[in-house]
Write a protein that binds this ligand. Structure first.
Ligand code: GLU
Length: 504
């Protein structure tokens, strides 16, 4: 019988969400939706020392921004609630005890100080098959001594007993057969002395109880997988185990190692999905959202980091990704992050989106300038400048002159080729514009060109000064379109202002 597809994204709320984390969420989501399955959010917060206020909400906000709507989550609930591990604390201990009863885990009573001393005395100390018999644990103590310590509430942890020299294998859906030598893995703690499980125990118990069918997670978890395989075998039998897929790393632009938050700071691009303000360090980390990425472009770009549909197609909607997604096409090798390419995706998306769809995000950007404009005016502005914007934030610069007078005016660019003839041309032009009733781009262009002919000046020499009068600089869409949209009064005012400046 085929199991129902149930996948989980299981972040730890320890800070902002790295784009690799969002990609893990995305691949989980795509696989679930493609297979009519459920996409579950589970918050893995058993390590209380790493708890950061606001990080959990940030995760929900990010998923919401990206449009990755879960079917079950701490907020939504579901048949397998609670979905936050700290609220499931009481569940885990019995499994750790079952492992002890089976002889595959043990109590360890070594104090922090004893462990410290050991580490100081033995280089690269590992609590493992070689050292465990020289430590203070239920393997080295007598049954009575262990019971006594437990009865006296002596602090302890429960560790897995990693067998020596066994090969642990499983089939990864992306990597195929993978093998590990158990001797290289230490006796990981499963239950801590605050009775909280560690990640290793909690992940197995919860994947089992929540009936997870497939696990998609980052490649950095591959070294932990043999521990998880053993725990599955000991606790629930391998036949119930989900299938594993370890997603390729997202690499630094030069391919040398995993992309980190620091790389983004060093190279000047975002690595987190949204802005993150660390409440402990007050550090602010910039996000894709606030840099001006559309969620559609961000998600599209992430999907292409480690996957393609086998063709040259690069632009996909979320719905198309769901339809096309296949694990066979996820690469094994890490994917280099390229910020220029990320921006290219955004540019393509801005061009692809309808003006109607762009209105809301652009309106938010323009709030920096004004909110005093009509819907019709905004529509026209977007149509004129959208092709020139790579990031949403570019609307600020590309469109600001539609809403307010240019702050600076590149007078030097006009002065370079200014003469009496041009001055008279613009004075005439101003007069004719003022008298014009039919204020359209075509009409203005006609007047402008006819006048140029009368004054015997090449039109090319007049366009730049005119543009600078309206925009302040040498950029922007067709200049008569600008004049038409900002209206007669504003056009005339800006021309007069610059002509005045030219007199000085
Ligand atoms: N809590 C782990 C993390 O923060 C999840 C690993 C997993 O999906 O098994 O990445």
């Amino acid at each position: 019988m085929n199991k129902k597809v149930r996948v989980r994204f299981a972040p730890s709320p320890t800070g902002g969400l790295h784009l690799g984390g969002v990609r893990t969420a995305l691949f989980n989501y795509l696989f679930a939706k493609k297979n009519n399955g459920s996409f579950i959010i589970r918050i893995e917060d058993t390590d209380q020392t790493r708890f950061v206020a606001g990080a959990e909400q940030y995760i929900y906000d990010t998923l919401n921004w990206c449009g990755l709507t879960p079917d079950e989550s701490p907020l939504l609930g579901g048949n397998f609630a609670p979905y936050k591990q700290s609220e499931r604390k009481a569940l885990y201990k019995q499994y750790a005890e079952q492992l002890i009863a089976k002889g595959v885990a043990y109590y360890a009573f070594d104090t922090a100080q004893e462990l410290e001393e050991k580490r100081a005395a033995v280089a690269n100390f590992q609590y493992n098959f070689q050292s465990r018999m020289s430590m203070k644990n239920s393997l080295t103590l007598s049954k009575e001594e262990t019971e006594k310590l437990l009865k006296n509430n002596t602090p302890y942890v429960i560790r897995i007993l990693m067998p020596a020299n066994e090969t642990i294998s499983f089939t990864d859906m992306i990597r195929g057969e993978v093998h590990f030598n158990s001797s290289l893995i230490d006796d990981k703690i499963l239950l801590k002395n605050d009775a909280m499980p560690t990640y290793h125990l909690a992940v197995i118990v919860d994947d089992y109880l929540m009936q997870i069918s497939h696990v998609f997670r980052g490649e950095e978890w591959l070294p932990s997988s043999p521990i998880h395989i053993l725990l599955w075998k000991y606790l629930f039998g391998l036949e119930n185990m989900p299938q594993w897929a370890h997603l390729p790393l997202i690499l630094k632009p030069d391919g040398n190692g995993k992309l980190s938050k620091r790389d983004g700071e060093r190279l000047g691009f975002p690595v987190f999905a949204m802005d993150w303000h660390d409440p402990k360090t007050y550090e602010k980390t910039i996000g894709f959202k606030e840099r001006g990425f559309l969620p559609q472009a961000f998600v599209n770009m992430l999907a292409m980091l480690g996957w393609n549909d086998g063709s040259a197609k690069e632009i996909f909607t979320l719905q198309e990704l769901i339809e096309q997604f296949s694990l066979e096409r996820v690469h094994k090798a890490g994917a280099k992050f390229d910020y220029e390419k990320a921006k290219w995706f955004n540019h393509e998306w801005i061009k692809k989106m309808t003006t109607e769809e762009l209105k809301k995000p652009v309106k938010n950007i323009l709030l920096n300038i004004t909110n005093n404009f009509s819907d019709e005016y905004l529509t026209k502005v977007i149509e004129l400048v959208k092709d020139r914007c790579t990031l949403l934030a570019d609307f600020n610069q590309q469109a600001s002159f539609f809403f307010k007078s240019p702050e600076t005016i590149d007078i030097a660019a006009i002065q370079a080729k200014w003469d009496e003839k041009k001055k008279i041309f613009f004075e005439d032009c101003l007069q004719q514009f003022e008298a014009e009733k039919n204020w359209t781009a075509e009409e203005l262009e006609k007047i402008f060109k006819a006048l140029a002919t009368t004054h015997q000046i090449k039109i090319g020499e007049l366009m730049l000064p005119f543009r600078i009068m309206l925009v302040g600089e040498k950029f922007g869409p067709a200049v008569f379109e600008i004049a038409a949209l900002i209206g007669k009064e504003t056009t005339v005012k800006r021309m007069e202002h610059v002509l005045e400046l030219m007199k000085k």
